[in-house]
Design a protein around this ligand. Structure first.
Ligand SMILES: *Cc1c(COP(=O)(O)O)cnc(C)c1O
Length: 397
């Protein structure tokens, strides 16, 4: 962990905030202000010139947001952190900061739907090309690197097949070529996986998910080396402007305090549900990172602490059967997003990945029968009762 706190369970609560500096307030204050008053004109000049520390204007920095940025940096083992208005604001700010027109990006085979959409936009508008790569071997990656490759962008585990990428392997090759490695760590959070410890350069999050944990904020975070993060802060965050509000930063500081406790329960519940789903005749395939028979289990053991809370599975039958399963559920809610206290289920082909063309979708393993479950914090037996009843209803149709 950081210099101050040895363990992540302590750092999530204390890092980045000192009550002594805030009249003893136990919770971090919400600095709900757009701007900051200078003592003198000269002080304003010094702050703008970067010669004096201090706040100027909340798009350029805010104390509540800064506490969150400092906390995520330490949790990820990074030098600096940044907060954004959404996960996509983080993804777009980082990708635009690392590329210019005619550059090339290599990405994992399987991406969040809107990240896929962003790459398409970057290609159409700025001729920033991209290639997908399984990244299973050094040779495969070496073969796809071009002189103009500036960034490798990874999701692992990959939604929905839970294939995993060996981060150490990718980072070693990327660095030989001076290429930055960016990891979307939304599914795992720093409690389960720390990409920077495996040599990657920038880690980012849709903090909307597990980091918030309560389904009430849209937010993004990024963390990495000081020079890379400053590059993002001074270019794409400042001038494009997708900053996080102080109140939402405060909600994330609060959510983070229980991250380790929640991730343990999400993982335990998901493991139980996975074991039940595996035995279920109405289900063709189940994907879970904690599956000891998963072809990538060795990578999981190397870089993840537990399997996490996400499971995807294919319902026997057709798209209509998958949709029927969703409709039959009572406790489990039909909704996109993940990482909340409530268990959520969605149909990727028509929801999160509807923007991805059918051919690419099938290559990612997103069939019409596939559903994704974000296992919440309820009692797992109640969840299983709901699933079992709905599966029986599909079977009897
Ligand atoms: C949700 C999500 C995003 C986008 O985040 P928003 O907060 O919705 O903008 C990016 N990556 C992954 C893996 C996600 O699940």
């Amino acid at each position: 962990m950081g210099e101050k706190y040895k363990h992540i369970e302590t750092a999530v609560i204390h890092e980045g905030y000192d009550s002594k500096q805030h009249l003893g307030s136990l919770a971090a204050p919400i600095f709900q202000t757009s701007t900051f008053v200078f003592d003198t004109a000269e002080q304003g000049e010094r702050r703008f010139a970067g010669e004096e520390e201090g706040y100027i204007y909340s798009r350029l920095g805010n104390p509540t947001v800064k506490a969150l940025e400092d906390r995520i940096a330490v949790l990820e083992g990074a030098e600096a952190g940044l907060a954004f208005a959404s996960g996509m604001a983080a993804v777009s700010a980082v990708l635009l900061a690392l590329t210019k027109a005619n550059d090339h990006i290599i990405c994992s085979q399987g991406l969040y739907g809107c990240t896929f959409g962003l790459l398409k936009l970057m290609k159409e508008k700025y001729n920033i090309d991209h290639d997908f790569c399984e990244m299973k071997t050094a040779d495969e990656l070496e073969a796809i690197i071009r002189p103009e490759t500036t960034c490798i962008y990874i999701e692992t585990p990959i939604n929905p097949t839970m294939k995993m990428i060996d981060l150490e392997l990718v980072a070693a090759i990327a660095h030989k070529h001076g290429i930055a490695v960016v990891v979307d760590n939304t599914f795992s959070t720093p409690y389960l996986q720390k990409p920077l410890d495996h040599g990657c350069d920038i880690v980012l999050h849709s903090a909307t998910k597990y980091i918030c944990g309560h389904g009430d904020v849209i937010a993004g975070l990024a963390a990495g080396k000081q020079d890379l993060i400053s590059q993002v802060a001074k270019s794409t965050l400042k001038d494009i402007g997708g900053i996080l509000s102080p109140f939402d930063a405060w909600l994330l500081l609060r959510g983070l305090k229980t991250l380790p406790v929640r991730m343990d329960r999400h993982s335990e519940n998901a493991e139980r549900i996975f074991q039940m789903l595996k035995k279920e005749p109405m289900i063709d395939r189940v994907y879970y990172p904690g599956d000891t028979e998963h072809p990538d289990y060795l990578i999981m053991e190397k870089q993840m602490k537990q399997g996490g809370g996400l499971i995807s599975f294919e319902v026997k039958g057709t798209k209509a059967d998958a949709q029927r399963l969703l409709n039959e559920l009572k406790l489990i809610k039909i909704a996109v997003s993940l990482g909340d206290a409530e268990t959520l289920i969605q149909h990727p082909a028509t929801m999160t990945h509807a923007v991805v063309p059918e051919q690419s979708r099938l290559e990612m393993g997103i069939t019409d029968q596939l559903v994704r479950l974000s296992v919440g914090l309820e009692n797992w037996e109640d969840l299983w009762d709901d699933l079992k009843r709905a599966l029986t209803a599909v079977e009897m149709k």
